[in-house]
Design a protein around this ligand. Structure first.
Ligand SMILES: N[C@@H](CCC[C@H](N)C(=O)O)C(=O)O
Length: 289
């Protein structure tokens, strides 16, 4: 379909999927911002573009609503998997996807209606090395490093799961507020320690195998859930000895299950929903800059 789209969400983290071969325009940063605008466009936490791959069954490019490109997205990968299944682009129940943040394997869980209602994604390995995010600190690993933001002296654990994350823990029994997220999120996202910016998680252990996180996404702001954030926060919690795996990660939008192997290989399992399919109207496309 000309200028067609598929819209889905993972725990309230919503994406629009598009096949650039069906578009009458190129997905430039300006056009991405226009489509993702919550008032003037379709509104979305990002755009997922199907691209060819020589290494995997499918290729995926991930765009943030500010027009920047992300290397990986956990919820985005589950939504992309549902799109591939729902639109008949694959008949397989397990396949591989190449992202800029590495190659992942996905297994679909089909419900009684024949829909891919959930997916398990092998998300790759977490690393705490500064060069992977990148982060300008000269340390071997970004474990509980000091950082100042919004007038507060904090400690962060830096994790790359293909894309960069800055995880800040409070102690069990304490809580993070939304006001703290809105104050700290944008400052940490754009902190000079992170030349390519970063995703931010305000985390707290809530059980021996459970954490709660609030999320500020690079290029998107506050989101209800994030798969790569869940992987990063779970890895950090295990690395710091705060919890044991598999880790249940609770977020405002719901829960993901993250297995953290001894080598920090990550497996994410969670639900995914389709919302709509349609086409951008020609008059809207003409307004995109
Ligand atoms: N919502 C995503 C993460 C999307 C990418 C992120 N904003 C970035 O720039 O790295 C997820 O579910 O992982």
């Amino acid at each position: 379909m000309k200028n067609g789209f598929f819209r889905g969400h993972g725990l309230g983290n919503d994406y629009v999927v598009m096949d650039p071969t069906e578009l009458t325009f190129t997905l430039t940063p300006g056009k991405i911002r226009g489509i993702c605008d919550r008032h003037w466009g379709l509104g979305s936490d990002g755009i997922l573009a199907l691209v060819p791959s020589k290494k995997a069954d499918f290729g995926l490019r991930i765009y943030n609503p500010d027009g920047s490109e992300a290397e990986k997205s956990g919820n985005g990968l589950r939504i992309f998997a549902r799109y591939l299944h729902a639109t008949g682009k694959t008949k397989k129940r397990a396949f591989t996807v190449e992202t800029k943040g590495g190659l992942v394997s996905i297994a679909l869980h089909i419900d009684r209606h024949g829909d891919a209602a959930a997916a398990t994604v092998e998300m790759g390995r977490a690393t705490f090395q500064p060069s992977a995010l990148p982060c300008t600190l000269s340390v071997d690993e970004l474990i509980q490093q000091p950082i100042e933001a919004a007038g507060r002296a904090l400690q962060f654990t830096g994790v790359s799961v293909g894309n960069p994350h800055c995880v800040i823990f409070k102690q069990a029994g304490e809580t993070w507020t939304r006001e703290e997220l809105l104050a700290l999120g944008p400052v940490l996202e754009n902190h000079p320690l992170f030349p390519k910016r970063t995703n931010v998680q305000l985390a707290v252990p809530t059980g021996p195998k459970e954490i709660f996180i609030l999320i500020w996404e690079r290029g998107a702001g506050e989101t209800q859930a994030s798969g790569s954030s869940s992987c990063a926060a779970a890895s950090a919690a295990v690395r710091l000895g705060l919890v044991k795996g598999p880790v249940t990660v609770k977020m405002p939008g719901g829960t993901l299950n993250i297995e953290v192997a001894r080598d920090f290989s990550l497996t994410m399992k969670g639900p995914v929903a389709e919302v709509a399919r349609g086409a951008l109207s020609p008059s809207f496309v003409r307004t995109l800059r």
